[in-house]
Design a protein around this ligand. Sequence first.
Ligand code: PBG
Length: 344
Amino acid sequence: MEKMINSAYTPPLDLIRRPRRNRQSAAIRDLVRENRVHAADLIQPIFVKDGSGAPEPVGSMPGIERVGLKQLLAEVTQLATLGIRAVALFPSIDPALKDARGKYAVSEKNWFFGVIRKLKAEVPDILVVADVALDPYTTHGHDGVLDSAGDVANDETVHILTHYATQLAAAGTDIVAPSDMMDGRIGAIRDELDREGFTQTSILAYAVKFASAYYGPFRDAVGSSKGKGVPTLDKRTYQLDPANLREALLEARLDEDQGADILMVKPAGLYLDVISAVKAGTLLPVAAYQVSGEYAQIHAAAKAGWLDLEKARDESLLAIKRAGGDIILTYFARDVARSLIKAG
Ligand code: PBG
């Protein structure tokens, strides 16, 4: 015979543990929350262009623009009032100034150094992070110079990058961030910085940077992509294979041994396992870069009405924190800082 279900009375289960007790109100959820994202954890990446013309929107990144000096100063000043402590600057270089060797990078005339100088003079408390790689300056969009076989020449590239890093430091950059994935560049840059007297300039190493499809919108923004939107550049001889965790840990260890101050994993959202493994293997702060494609993806789905923008954004950042990211580079930094203030 079938058992009758009497919905009028259900005797309580004999449970010692009822995890839902800790979730029953906003107050207790706040009390037991294990991870939080603070404005001070976030670094806002900003695309900078020469001159003071009107800002240019980046099509694949809603809300993101390439800005000239005047707007940059205004934006950074505002970020500081929101509690953001650092910005990562990426120059968008006029194609007429690019060549196969990216020579403009280390030219005394490079306008980017002047922008950093003025920014540090105007908003000294904000930390300036500057990428160290040649891709904004090369016609082919690779992060270094090419050898006769068309591959990126490691040691020659490192040599150029050490000069570029020193010039960035001289302009007032607080943190240089080598993003090129050449072998030995952290040690070479540390040596050169120290030799030139920049012992207090930090190195944020893009220690674990995967050859990812998610850099497409960024390459639009700095103009390092040939095809619009879709990354046509193949950087697999220097960026990591997305399949490899052990190799990622090896890269992290090498950069730590060579003197990196902070280790970064990039992209972030698809590599949470890597973030947590890197975190477990180091005592250095760990950063994670929520890249342009991660940002674009959330925006696109929200625009279609398929995801709630703010909830998806906040969840994506919280996941990175939970995985072990102490510092997060995210294009959402300003919006998040604003909504944290609003929430009180
Ligand atoms: C270039 C660089 C890239 C990013 C940061 N620095 C792109 C690339 O390697 O092609 C990507 C950032 C993003 O997608 O938001 N060295």
